[in-house]
Design a protein around this ligand. Sequence first.
Ligand SMILES: [Cu+2]
Length: 140
Amino acid sequence: MVNSFGNRLPSRIGAAAHLAAGFRAVALSSALFAAVVGTAFAHAHLEASSPAVDSAVRISPKEVTVTLTEKLEAGLSRIEVRDASGKQVDRGDTRVSKDDPRTISVSVGDLAPGIYSVKWSVTSVDTHGTDGSFRFTIKP
Ligand SMILES: [Cu+2]
């Protein structure tokens, strides 16, 4: 009796310790997961644009606007617009919107019908840089 009770006790402690270790492992991996996901979410990704990605518009826009998922650093964020031949057609005046710190715009001249590529490169307020590109078409 005493012996069997004595034998059982350490195994229960062992099970409890094992369970606690399991909880710690789960807690640690959850923390790591949250850190990784949190970092991914903190980066600025394209949320919307005008003209819209891959859209075809009839009238030349006065500016190209890009909205990202994070607030942007003015001066470290810019948009370039090029025509099908690669010629830059924006006016190099990228600015951050006063109403929405996640939105930047650049002016363009009167764009002829054709395909245009927009390249955005930004630094969000968390100092992370991201970039991307898309196209839009001006219909003849
Ligand atoms: Cu980030």
